[in-house]
Design a protein around this ligand. Structure first.
Ligand code: MG
Length: 381
C-alpha cells in the first residue's frame, strides 16, 4: 500500500531538561529527527512532511541534508494543529495511507510500518500498542482506588490512517478539546482503529534519562557490512604508474581510460559493494569522456560520500596489489597515508599489501597488475 508520513517535531520538550528541543538533539551522531525520517523513507514513504516550530523550518535543511522526498512546514500551537498543518501540506491522494509519527520516537523500522499497513486493510486506523504491565492507581498523594489494567493499552506512534478518514475526523474534532493522539480523533468520529503489537523500542524520548538509554540503543541499531572489489589493468609504455593514489616512477604504466589506478578502482568497488550501490562503471562510465585521464581519487571520494549519505561510516579498508614489478613495499606507507587522507580514516584502519604470483599467470608474466580490496562499513540497520 502506498503511504506518506507526517512527522511531528514541533513540541517544546519542556520535560526533557535543558538543551535544544528533542528532535534537534543528537543521537548516535545524528539529529533525533533524522532517525525517523530516514526510517520512514527506507520503509517506502512517498512523501514526508516534517512539521516543526515555525522558527525551526530552516534547521530541518541541515538535520535532513541528503535525504529525498521530505518537506518542512511550520506547525501550530498545539499538537493537533501541527498534525493538521502536516496533513494540509501532503499532496498524497485521499485514498492512500498516511502515517503520523512523533519525531521523539527515533527507533521506528520498516517492520513496524509494514504491520500497520497490513492492519489498515481491515480498519480505518491502526496503532502500535503495548499492554499495560504495571498496576494502575488513581489518587492524589493517597491511593483512592486500584484501576483494573485489563484491556488497557499504551498507544505509540507511528499511527496509520486512510488520509481521507483522518482529514475528515480532524474536521469534526471540537476546537476546544486537545487529543493526545490521532487515533482518538478518528475514534471520536466513529472510525475503527486496529491495535497492532507495539514495541518497547518505539518509546518516546521524554525525560533526560531517556536520552542516555537511547544513546546505548543507538549503538546497537547499526549493522556492519563488507564489500569486495577486484580490478586489473594492462601494462603499456610509460614512465610512471599511479597506485593507491601515489605516483611511482616506473618503466611502464598501466593502461586505462582514467589514470588506471587499479588499487583505487578495486577499493572504490569494495566500498560500493558494501553499501549495495553497484560498481564504479555505473557511477563513472568509461564511455563518458569526462573521466578520460581522470584522477581516480574522485571515484574513491564519491564512494565514501555515498556511505556518509546513508548515515554510515567506513570502519576499515584493506587493499592487496598483485604484481611482480614495481616493488610496492617502498611506497606502502605513502599509499596508506594517501588512502587515509582521502577517506578521512585513522592510519591503522587502512592497509595496503602486495604480493607476486611467482611468475604465474598474467601478473606473473608482467602483462598486467591486479588489485583486490575489502571494505567494512557500518550503517544504520
Ligand atoms: Mg580499473
Amino acid at each position: 500500500m502506498n503511504f506518506s508520513a507526517v512527522v511531528v517535531a514541533a513540541g517544546s520538550s519542556t520535560r526533557a531538561g535543558p538543551g535544544a528541543p528533542k528532535p534537534w538533539r543528537s543521537l548516535g551522531g545524528r539529529p533525533i529527527l533524522r532517525w525517523s525520517v530516514e526510517a520512514l523513507s527506507r520503509a517506502g514513504a512517498r512523501e514526508i512532511i516534517v512539521v516543526t516550530a515555525p522558527e525551526r523550518t530552516a534547521d530541518a535543511d541541515e538535520a535532513l541534508a541528503g535525504l529525498a522526498s521530505w518537506k518542512a512546514v511550520p506547525g501550530g500551537v498545539t499538537r493537533a494543529e501541527s498534525v493538521q498543518a502536516g496533513l494540509a501540506a501532503l499532496s498524497t491522494p485521499d485514498e492512500e495511507a498516511v502515517l503520523v509519527h512523533d519525531a521523539a520516537r527515533p527507533f521506528v523500522t520498516s517492520a513496524h510500518v509494514q504491520s500497520l499497513l497490513v492492519a489498515l486493510a481491515e480498519a480505518e486506523g491502526a496503532v502500535p500498542a503495548l499492554p499495560v504491565a504495571d498496576t494502575l492507581k488513581r489518587g492524589v498523594d493517597i491511593v483512592a482506588e486500584t484501576v483494573s489494567r485489563n484491556g488497557l493499552w499504551r498507544a505509540q506512534t507511528p499511527q496509520a490512517f486512510r488520509l481521507r478518514t483522518l482529514r475528515q475526523a480532524y474536521g469534526a474534532w471540537p476546537a476546544d478539546a486537545e487529543p493526545t493522539d490521532d487515533a482518538a480523533v478518528v475514534e471520536r468520529a466513529g472510525g475503527k482503529v486496529a491495535l497492532v503489537p507495539g514495541d518497547p523500542l518505539l518509546m518516546k524520548l521524554t525525560y533526560p534519562e531517556d536520552f542516555a538509554m537511547a544513546e546505548q540503543l543507538a549503538g546497537g541499531r547499526r549493522i556492519v557490512r563488507t564489500g569486495f572489489g577486484v580490478d586489473a589493468h594492462r601494462w603499456g609504455p610509460g614512465e610512471a604508474v599511479w597506485l593507491c593514489g601515489v605516483k611511482i616512477d616506473h618503466d611502464q604504466t598501466l593502461v586505462g581510460h582514467s589514470d588506471a589506478d587499479a588499487g583505487l578502482h578495486a577499493l572504490t568497488d569494495a566500498i560500493l559493494g558494501a553499501i549495495g550501490e553497484g560498481d564504479i562503471g555505473e557511477h563513472f562510465p568509461p564511455t563518458d569522456p569526462q573521466w578520460k585521464g581522470a584522477s581516480s581519487d574522485r571515484f574513491l571520494v564519491h564512494a565514501a560520500k555515498l556511505v556518509a549519505a546513508k548515515g554510515g561510516s567506513l570502519l576499515n579498508v584493506d587493499v592487496t596489489l598483485i604484481c611482480e614489478r614495481p616493488k610496492i613495499r617502498p611506497h606502502r606507507d605513502a599509499m596508506r597515508a594517501r588512502l587515509a587522507e582521502l577517506l578521512a580514516l585513522p592510519l591503522d584502519r587502512v592497509s595496503v599489501k602486495a604480493t607476486t604470483t611467482e611468475g604465474m599467470g598474467f601478473t606473473g608474466r608482467g602483462e598486467g597488475l591486479m588489485a583486490q580490496a575489502v571494505a567494512t562499513v557500518e550503517t544504520p540497520a
